[in-house]
Design a protein. Sequence first.
Length: 340
Amino acid sequence: MSKRVGGLIGAFLGLVLVADSAHPSTHEFYKGKTIRIIVGATPGGGFDTYSRAIARHLGKHIPGGPTVIVENMAGAGTLIAANYTYKAAKPDGLSIGNFAGGFALGQLLGLPGIELDARKFEVIAVPSRDSVACAFTKASGITSMERWLAAKAPVKLGSTGRNSPPEDSAKILKAALGLPIHLVSGYKGTAEIRLAAESGEVAGGCWQWESIKVTWRRALDAGDVTVVVQATSQPLPDLPTVPLAERFAGTEEARALIRVGIQNPGTITRLYAFPPGTPKDRVQIMRKAFQDTLKDPDFAADAKRSKLEIDPTTGEEAERIIGEFFKLDPALLAKLKEIL
């Protein structure tokens, strides 16, 4: 081997060593670091409850054992946090956005305020498939679908803003079933909607049963709150006698609106994602850490105490579901755009 060739090889190996030192292993990267879970809703709501439970256990499943904290960035039905994660959060594996996956549909429909491309997020996981139900206070007088349909004046429902389950579900049910609904928008989270309902400001609202049954448990048990309809394909085990929304749909289009506009987004509602451009090795590490956390007996016991449903969707599967939104029938999309 010539001295020149040997020198070139030595220089190349030296560059490799420098590159390795400049890009430490994932284990070295996370050691001593703090990971933020940026929750797009207020403390005390369903999003916040899930994220705080996950944060208590996630660190031990990540190489290097980093600290995991929760920060609330509420507003616009979690859109503020989604836009922040997409545009402003550093793609370094230390910032995880937790927001509504339904923004994929909102993006497709061209709804205002969406400054992201849902297909470019590095999706980590979804801990639970959500099922929308509509709950009302006893004081509102809406104790059944029959009473709701027969209401002489529009029934006030609380909403957290466009492209969030409380607003989109209500709009779709109004269009598909002819329900008398008056949306009162602007609440930062479902915790505020509950307080507004209890004070008589609104009658109730439509959002994830997985959140309602945890955060409104005391009122449900006392009979002060009643679930009158569920927008699911099958009755939930917790709600065997509550009617399905599709039962009141008079056309196939109405049923399709409920499936595409409410049921399908529910599979990815509680999305956890890195910003676009996050290194792939850190994405894979976090995906595995989330799945390991959701299987962790300690986390399972914690979730059971908080009455959290755990029915996870992997990051890969969630990305596939997001992609499917962009293949919807144009006529159905046009109708959804008209409604939403």
